[in-house]
Write a protein that binds this ligand. Structure first.
Ligand SMILES: Cc1cc2nc3c(=O)[nH]c(=O)nc-3n(C[C@H](O)[C@H](O)[C@H](O)COP(=O)(O)O)c2cc1C
Length: 399
């Protein structure tokens, strides 16, 4: 953290006293810290405490004649590498998510163009309130990083989630933030995610339970590591990561044309979408009527194999495929790797409980073009995404 400029923004939670210790820890590691406070935070800790420890005036009043003249909310924000909101109250999170700016902290946040990390702390009821969770989801989609609160005894006497994350954890996250690899800078990565919907009639479609979490994790990690990312996604409930190009689609045919459109400009294709293998031979114009006891036979035809199409026009691209199987996992993955000229295949057994589709975790096997098999333990999809991105050789970068 040597010479890193951090704005420590304190809002009016009971955990505000912990921000005093956090200030000390940040300064001890060499960070240059400017403290800002919400209008209410002074009810818990005085600006004087932060001023004395940081050796700098604290930014806490927007209508202070001294500060307003030189537009301090913009000046303070311009120079910082990171804005760290600790503790973040439900109210401050709400203001940040909705663009409200009625005090020093919220003005500073809106004016700030750099990275923001937020450590919330509040009563368990407030934390679980859907309004607060919606605001957190919104801020996450804007690229704000959260240090999740812990489970435990809260200041109000209740036991539950909402206690400010341990200061060591917050310090670890800040260190990671500054140490984050930018090893994919200059690389263009095309990612597909989610299921496809193959319409049968105006109201029905053929699909699968893919949540899109794996592909979105790859897109988010690749962006964080400096890559330029295009994410082509079938219908999911996820918010696309901030700062990427997002191309939504529905059917396998739409996904195929988007992949072909972007493929040649990219250095890497990560094909994690669960693309439908079949589509209806005939799309009914009207809703198919219920027909007696015997049901109905649908004629399906194969969709275009996107990876196969890409392999035909592939020049130097590093191509990653996924194999989700219920049987003969390794043999099927190897066959797909060879047939589609992949550089890497990620195989996972979707019949195993608690992993795969919908889950935040997965247990996968990686097979490279040398056909070496690497079994990974169960881990989060973000961790898998990072390992997968580690496998991209620097030669994939098109100069
Ligand atoms: C004793 C006390 C403790 C509080 N602790 C918290 C807290 O931990 N988290 C929180 O979200 N709000 C807490 N509040 C409520 C906030 O102080 C209140 O919502 C305030 O308007 C937040 O202001 P700010 O977000 O602008 O700083 C507390 C209030 C009191 C009186």
């Amino acid at each position: 953290m040597e010479n890193k400029k951090i704005v420590l923004a304190v809002s009016a939670g009971i955990a505000a006293y912990k921000a005093v210790e956090l200030l000390r820890l940040l300064m001890k590691e060499g960070a240059e810290v400017q403290v800002a406070m919400s209008a209410n935070a002074g009810q818990f800790v005085t600006p004087l405490t932060f001023e004395a420890l940081s050796g700098k005036p604290v930014y806490h009043q927007i209508f202070d004649a001294k500060n307003s003249g030189d537009m301090e909310h913009i000046r303070v924000a311009e120079n910082a590498d990171l804005m760290l909101v600790v503790p973040a109250t439900a109210s401050t999170i709400g203001k940040m998510a909705n663009g409200l700016a009625d005090d020093a902290l919220s003005n500073l946040y809106l004016a700030f163009k750099g990275s923001v990390m937020v450590a919330p702390a509040m009563n368990d009821g407030m934390w679980q309130n859907p309004a607060v969770q919606d605001n957190i989801a919104k801020l996450t989609s804007h690229g704000v990083e959260f240090v999740e609160p812990e489970q435990g005894e809260l200041a109000c006497g209740a036991i539950g989630p909402g206690r400010l994350s341990d200061l060591d954890t917050i310090m670890g996250r800040v260190r990671n933030h500054f140490n984050q690899l930018q090893d994919l800078q200059g690389m263009r990565i095309l990612v597909t995610a989610g299921p496809t919907h193959e319409p049968l009639d105006p109201v029905r479609y053929l699909s699968n339970p893919s949540s899109g979490k794996m592909g979105y994790a790859v897109a988010e990690r690749a962006k964080a590591r400096g890559a330029e990312v295009v994410l082509i996604s079938g219908p999911t409930h996820l918010n696309p990561p901030a700062g990427i190009k997002f191309e939504p689609c529905k059917t396998a045919a739409e996904m195929n044309s988007l992949v072909q459109e972007h493929f040649l400009e990219c250095d890497v294709l990560v094909m994690s979408a669960a693309v439908g293998d079949f589509t209806a031979a005939k799309l009914e114009k009207e809703k198919i009527k219920k027909q007696g006891e015997e049901g109905r036979t649908l004629k399906l035809v194969a969709t275009k194999d996107i990876l196969m199409e890409a392999s035909k026009i592939k020049t130097r691209q590093f191509v990653v495929g996924f194999a989700a199987e219920t049987q003969n996992l390794i043999e099927s993955a190897l066959e797909k790797l060879r047939k589609k000229k992949l550089d890497l295949i990620v195989a996972n057994d979707i019949s195993a409980p608690g992993i795969g589709f919908q889950s935040d975790n997965n247990q996968v096997t990686l097979i490279g073009s040398d056909e070496k098999i690497e079994n990974l333990p169960r881990m989060t999809k973000k961790e898998i995404a990072n390992i997968l991105l580690d496998k991209i050789p620097s030669r994939a970068r098109g100069e």
